[in-house]
Design a protein around this ligand. Structure first.
Ligand SMILES: *Cc1c(COP(=O)(O)O)cnc(C)c1O
Length: 409
C-alpha cells in the first residue's frame, strides 16, 4: 500500500458497530461494566476493555493505532501535547543520576524541558552536530538515551538516523527521535533504526492547527537491558512491549497527560490528508526557498543545494526538505519589518498549519535560552522562521516579494 492509500485504508476501515466511516468521538470519562469482577479484570490487564479515559479511550486508541502503523511501529501512546510526549518518552526510562545525550538543535520548548529535568537529577549533554564521532566520547554508564530531531526546528539541520542508531545500539542505548518536522510522509525513523519516535501531533499530523497533542511510538525492537534501565524490569512480562507497558501502567498514566477524545478525533481526521498537505507544503517551501535565494537573501532550507544537509536530504529524506525555512534579514528591525509586512503569513508560534505562519524565534520560542543555546539552535537576532502552508505558490512569492521591497524602503 502506498502512503496516501495507507492513510485511508491501512489501520482504520470504519467502525464495526455502526459503519461510521470516521472515528466516533467517545466523549466519556468512564466506561461501565457488567460486574465488579469484570472491571477488576480490566484493571489487572487480564481482560481487554476500557475503564477510564485517563488510561485509555476508543477514539484515542484508534488514533494511536493509525499513527503506530504509519510509523512502522508496534504501538503508540498519545499524550496531551508534544512536550508531554518528549517528557514521558524519557522519564519512562530515566532515574536521578542518569544522562541523556542530545543534539543541541532542538525546539525551544524541549530545551526548556531539559533544563527543568536538572532539578530531578537528570543531566543533558549537548552536541552541536549529531555526528557519532562527537557523541561517542560523551557516552558513559550514566547515558540512558540519545535524543535528536530529524529536522531540527528551527536550525533545519538533518540528522543521519542510520549512523546514530548504529552507534547507540552498539552501546546498548535507545535512540529517541522527535520526528515532528519530518512526519512519516518524509521519513519513518523506525525503519532506519530509531527505537522510539515522538511527535508533536499539534503540527503536521493534526494539520489544521486546531488542537494540541503528542504521541510516542514504540518500535518494540530495542533490546532493553534491565541493569541499564531498571525501571522497566517491573514490566518484564510484557516482553517486547515492555517500554509501552511501563508508560501505560506507570508515569504516563499517573501524571495524567492523556489526550482528550475530541483532539484524538481531530488528529485522525487530519492524518487522512497528511500526504496531500505535506506534498504541497514541501513543494511550496522548495519553490519559495529557491525564489528568495535567487533574490540574494540568506535562506536556510535543507533541500537547497546551498544547505550543508543537501546530500543527506537527498539520500535519507528522498529530497524532501520539509515545510519550514528560515531567513536571515540582516537585523532585527528588518526581520520585524518583513514579518509585519506579509499579508498571507500569520504571525503565530506554531508550525504545520495549512496556512503559512511566520515568527521571530529569538524573542519568542527561544526567549528562555541564552545566546549560546540560541546560536546552537540556529537562532539569531535577525532570523525569521516561516512555516509554509498550502496557499498557491504564486501568491506566497508575490507576498514575500512585496514585503521584502518594503523592508528596503
Ligand atoms: C511543537 C514542538 C514540540 C512541542 O509540542 P507541543 O505540542 O507544542 O507541546 C516538540 N518538538 C518539536 C520539534 C515541535 O515543533
Amino acid at each position: 500500500m502506498n502512503f496516501n492509500t495507507a492513510l485511508l485504508h491501512k489501520s482504520f476501515s470504519g467502525e464495526k458497530q455502526t459503519g461510521a466511516t470516521v472515528e466516533p468521538i467517545y466523549q466519556t470519562s468512564s466506561f461501565a461494566h457488567e460486574s465488579a469482577q469484570q472491571l477488576e479484570k480490566v484493571f489487572e490487564n487480564k481482560a481487554s476493555g476500557y475503564a477510564y479515559t485517563r488510561i485509555s479511550n476508543p477514539t484515542v486508541s484508534s488514533f494511536e493505532k493509525r499513527i503506530a502503523s504509519l510509523e512502522s511501529g508496534a504501538c503508540a501512546v498519545a499524550c496531551s501535547s508534544g512536550s508531554a510526549a518528549a517528557a514521558m518518552s524519557l522519564l519512562n526510562i530515566l532515574e536521578s543520576g542518569d544522562e541523556i545525550i542530545s543534539c543541541s538543535a532542538l525546539y525551544g520548548g524541549t530545551l526548556d524541558l531539559f533544563s527543568d529535568l536538572k532539578s530531578f537529577g537528570i543531566n543533558v549533554r549537548y552536541v552541536d552536530d549529531a555526528a557519532p564521532s562527537l557523541i561517542e566520547p560523551l557516552i558513559s554508564d550514566k547515558t540512558k538515551a540519545i535524543f535528536a530531531e530529524v529536522i531540527g526546528n528551527p536550525k533545519l539541520n538533518v540528522i543521519d538516523i542510520k549512523s546514530l542508531a548504529e552507534l547507540s545500539h552498539s552501546k546498548g542505548i535507545p535512540l529517541i527521535i522527535d520526528s515532528t518536522t519530518a512526519t512519516p510522509y518524509i521519513v519513518k525513523p523506525i525503519e532506519l533504526g530509531a527505537d522510539i519516535v515522538i511527535h508533536s501531533s499539534s503540527k503536521y499530523i493534526n494539520g489544521g492547527g486546531n488542537s494540541i497533542s503528542g504521541v510516542i511510538i514504540d518500535s518494540a525492537k530495542f533490546k532493553w537491558d534491565f541493569n541499564k534501565h531498571p525501571k522497566l524490569k517491573k514490566y518484564e512480562r510484557f516482553g517486547k512491549l515492555v517500554y509501552t507497558a511501563s508508560l501505560r501502567n506507570g508515569l504516563w498514566r499517573d501524571i495524567g497527560c492523556c489526550l482528550a477524545p475530541m483532539n484524538a478525533f481531530l488528529n485522525s481526521v487530519g492524518l487522512e490528508t497528511l500526504g496531500l498537505r505535506m506534498e504541497r507544503c514541501c513543494s511550496n517551501s522548495l519553490q519559495l526557498a529557491k525564489h528568495l535565494e535567487g533574490k540574494g537573501l540568506t535562506v536556510n532550507y535543507p533541500a537547497l543545494e546551498s544547505s550543508p544537509y543537501y546530500e543527506l536530504t537527498q539520500s535519507q529524506l528522498g529530497g524532501k526538505g520539509g515545510a519550514i525555512l528560515t531567513l536571515r534579514m540582516g537585523s532585527k528591525e528588518r526581520a520585524f519589518k518583513l514579518i509585519n509586512s506579509l499579508e498571507y503569513a500569520t504571525i503565530a508560534s506554531n508550525i504545520g498549519d495549512v496556512r503559512t505562519l511566520v515568527i521571530h524565534p529569538s524573542g519568542t520560542l527561544f526567549a528562555h535560552s541564552n545566546e549560546s543555546a540560541k546560536k546552537s539552535a540556529g537562532v539569531y537576532d535577525d532570523t525569521v522562521r516561516v512555516s509554509v502552508g498550502i496557499e498557491d505558490i504564486d501568491d506566497l512569492i508575490n507576498d514575500f516579494d512585496r514585503a521584502i521591497e518594503l523592508c528596503d524602503k
